[in-house]
Design a binder for this molecule. Structure first.
Ligand code: SR1
Ligand code: MG
Ligand code: MG
Ligand code: MG
Length: 416
């Protein structure tokens, strides 16, 4: 019998717990031969890899959601329902992107536990980028993931067989509103500044009324647009890769939100790595950085092409109703509307990407791309560049047609 009352899983009691889960009995034939390793790098949850020492080497990834934000501790309570959201979002993404979703073996709401495919043979994308790994399929995989998940859950695909539950996820949206759109800009107690980062750099974001107005616009867009079922936290720590595969994990922040938020989160983290490469004394970091800029451009262009093609295919199907019907001779309205739509998504993508970059420098949740530089002075230079670039992207976001006109290199040249 599986226990239904919540208790905290630990390295010590997890095997006993797994032995009560029928689905695990099918996977492991000898519970006494299991070894457990806690995975400590997440901000929100506890996670373990459980592996058989026997010849079959079966393994699983077990995640448990505590009733608080792990990285901040028990004084920051948070609903455990995020695990149910994660399960629903994983189920949806597995329908529209089966090769990019980890297999789900079991979940239990009462214990806030989810058991899935162990992907530890893969690297977190963040670590793969830091190690300058070649990822030839990443642009194609990510643009497909973004186009499929965002199109099939949008109103343009109304009536399609994949339409997911229209998830709301209030508690997690509040976390994002606070820790992404509010605290980093308001001198909050949870903020964490590098002591070597100049005050005037911090002020150029927090105390500039124009910047703050634009941050307000992005916060409003986040709070009010319900365009598609988004992952909600698609940074490079939510993606696992090797040369051939890309898996999307951790959609506990999923909700019906703005399409540009997922694309922006991904691209923001690529830019952060780009600037970090520029501070790395490695013979290949220069060319790797350049390849990241073309990755960003390609992801956007391929996303646009794939999203528009799904839309066209949907509208051309005899069983579907087009978003703008053309039986009264208004064909032009389709293409004009689509162009306006993609331009709006691009502008949102850049705005959200900018905010996401800023929060990683000013707010509580840091990233290894930046924190790998232990010398405060050196890190402050990198952080100032990221903030300057993000500020420019935020303020000019309505003027670009794609990512090719965003000039990241001039930010570096200004420092010379
Ligand atoms: C307390 S903020 C924690 C952060 O970790 C998650 O990955 C989200 O990005 C969230 O904002
Ligand atoms: Mg995680
Ligand atoms: Mg996460
Ligand atoms: Mg265009």
């Amino acid at each position: 019998m599986t226990s239904t009352a919540y208790y905290t899983l630990t390295e010590q009691n997890i095997v006993e717990y797994l032995s009560t889960v029928p689905a695990m009995g099918m996977l492991f034939d000898d519970f006494s031969a299991l070894e457990v390793k806690e995975v400590c790098d997440g901000n929100m949850n506890y996670a373990f890899i459980v592996r058989s020492k026997n010849k079959d080497k079966s393994s699983v990834f077990v995640k448990q959601t505590p009733p608080y934000i792990k990285v901040l501790g028990k004084d920051w309570p948070l609903s455990r329902e995020r695990m149910d959201v994660e399960k629903q979002a994983l189920t949806y993404q597995a329908q529209v992107c089966p090769t990019m979703s980890p297999k789900l073996y079991y979940s239990c709401s009462a214990m806030s536990v989810i058991i899935m495919q162990n992907l530890s043979q893969h690297l977190l994308l963040r670590n793969a980028l830091i190690a300058r790994q070649s990822l030839p399929k990443l642009a194609s995989h990510m643009s497909s993931y973004l186009a499929n998940t965002l199109f099939y859950s949008s109103a343009f695909a109304e009536g399609n067989k994949y339409q997911p539950t229209k998830l709301s996820n209030q508690a997690m949206c509040q976390i994002t509103q606070a820790f992404v759109f509010t605290y980093p800009f308001e001198g909050h107690e949870t903020n964490n500044y590098n002591p070597s980062l100049c005050q005037n750099v911090i002020d150029s974001i927090q105390k500039d009324p124009t910047v703050r107005m634009h941050i307000g616009q992005m916060k409003w867009a986040f709070a009010s647009k319900n365009e598609a079922l988004i992952h909600g936290d698609l940074h490079t720590g939510s993606i696992m890769v090797n040369e051939n595969d890309t898996y999307i994990i951790d959609p506990e922040f999923a909700f019906m939100g703005p399409i540009g938020f997922d694309i922006g989160a991904f691209i923001a983290n690529l830019y952060v790595n780009y600037f970090a490469q520029k501070h790395t004394a490695n013979p290949s970091s220069e060319s790797y950085a350049t390849s990241l800029l073309s990755l960003i451009e390609t992801v956007w262009l391929e996303f646009e092409t794939k999203f528009l093609s799904l839309w066209q295919k949907h509208d051309n199907h005899p069983d579907n109703t087009a978003f703008i019907g053309d039986h009264l001779g208004v064909e032009l309205a389709h293409s004009d509307f689509r162009e306006w739509f993609m331009q709006t998504i691009l502008s949102d993508t850049m705005g959200f990407a900018a905010v996401k970059m800023m929060r990683r420098i000013l707010g509580v949740a840091k990233v290894a791309d930046v924190m790998q530089f232990e010398n405060n002075e050196q890190r402050a230079k990198l952080e100032a560049q990221i903030l300057r670039f993000a500020r420019e992207m935020l303020l000019t976001r309505n003027t670009h047609r794609d990512f090719s006109s965003l000039n990241a290199t001039h930010i570096l040249n200004n420092d010379k």
